[in-house]
Design a protein around this ligand. Structure first.
Ligand SMILES: Nc1nc2c(ncn2[C@@H]2O[C@H](COP(=O)(O)OP(=O)(O)OP(=O)(O)O)[C@@H](O)[C@H]2O)c(=O)[nH]1
Ligand SMILES: [Mg+2]
Length: 352
């Protein structure tokens, strides 16, 4: 999963990026720098550790979240528009984490206004999509092969965007989604708010007024963090982090709180593969069928899918091994349409 850390200049994106990744990218004055900051985190999964211990496997592979932190627009209120490089970087991600400043501006010139920033940034995404939709409609008018279906779809998008509605608020069927894939619309992407609060406010969470503002923009997922303090904590050795988190009134670091929120936002879960060579978690969207899930491992396994041999994680722990699960009738043979469940330990049979 690739997440874009986005938001207005000086909202603390790079600080938050450091807090989430434990890296030390230069904070402040991004504008001078040309390249985005890139970083990965592993998603902790105790099931992978347990399976690794049972199989005595050294190679344990966790799901990963990749972050890209790009410079933000300076103008608020939509007058400047988003620059092309930023738009390109945002199109490339699976989800947007919008960092919103709730701490006092270091220069003291602009008071923080999270609700206004949430709306203003969404307006930028909407404007960028509207330009694309209008261009597409202009081209469709000249294209003899264009279907009414496609024209209707983009007209519907245009009407919504003109009414300042994000595309993520509309319902699309599979065919419509297919027609839209190439555009990678920004306002269609799942978005969450990372409210960057002063240290003193961290344990209070996201204020109701900000939650309402986000919900009003169809952004139900919000996380409060103090970029500055949590960046400092993320630089410490893991065993030292606990005390500092407790001092802030937190039970888990920003990284863990973010992962929970992002998995919820994207409706993700993991199936597992286990063996002497490797124990591994594979993130997939809830509702994914076995054949599609196999494609996460390799396209050949999806193409040549025969069946999935499935053991629920809880059963594996109860019986202790694959052979004992088999004896107890806990190893199931499932076909391509089986809906994979969180924690399924799967062995795919395939033929290419
Ligand atoms: N007090 C306080 N200051 C912060 C916090 N997070 C960031 N800052 C400060 O705000 C300024 C901007 O932080 P950055 O992380 O560089 O902001 P940015 O969003 O990456 O900015 P651009 O890359 O220019 O768009 C720096 O001076 C940070 O030290 C915070 O949680 N509290
Ligand atoms: Mg920055």
């Amino acid at each position: 999963m690739k997440v874009g850390i986005v938001g207005f200049a000086g909202a603390g994106k790079t600080t938050v990026f450091n807090a989430l990744t434990g890296l030390t990218a230069e904070v402040g004055g991004y504008g001078a720098k040309d390249r985005p900051n890139l970083g990965n985190i592993k998603v902790p999964d105790a099931r992978v550790d347990t399976l690794g211990n049972i199989y005595r496997t050294k190679k344990r592979t966790y799901a990963e979240v990749a972050f890209v932190d790009v410079a933000g627009p300076t103008e608020q209120g939509g007058s400047a528009g988003l620059d092309a490089k930023l738009v390109a970087a945002m199109r490339d991600v699976d989800a947007l984490a919008h960092v919103v400043r709730a701490f006092p501006d270091p220069l003291g010139t602009r008071p923080s206004d999270p609700s206004a920033d949430i709306a203003a940034f969404d307006a930028e995404l909407i404007l960028s999509d509207l330009i694309q939709v209008e261009n597409r409609l202009t081209r469709l008018k000249k294209e003899p092969k264009a279907t009414p279906r496609e024209r209707d779809l983009f007209e519907r998008c245009k009407a919504a965007l003109e009414a300042e509605q994000a595309l993520r608020t509309l319902d699309f069927d599979d065919e419509e989604r297919h027609l839209m894939t190439g555009f990678r619309f920004l306002s269609l992407k799942p978005q969450m708010i990372l409210l960057n609060v002063p240290e003193a406010d961290i344990s209070a969470g996201v204020p109701a007024s900000v939650q309402e503002a986000a919900q009003g923009r169809a952004i139900p997922t919000t996380v409060a963090m103090c970029g500055q303090a949590e960046m400092d904590i993320a630089q410490l050795a893991p065993e030292e982090q606990g005390d500092f988190l407790r001092d802030l009134g937190l039970t888990a670091p920003a990284r863990d709180r973010f992962i929970v929120a992002a998995y919820g936002l994207l409706d993700l879960m993991s199936f597992l593969t286990a063996g002497e060579d490797e124990c591994r978690a594979w993130p997939i969207q809830r509702g994914t069928k076995a054949q599609r899930a196999a494609g996460k491992i390799h396209s050949d396994i999806e193409r040549g899918f025969i069946r999935a041999e499935v053991i629920a994680y809880a059963d594996f722990i109860t019986y202790g091994s694959e052979s004992k699960c088999k004896e107890a009738g806990k190893l199931r043979l499932e076909g391509k349409d089986y809906v994979v469940q969180d924690g399924d330990i799967i062995h795919f049979r395939f033929n290419v």
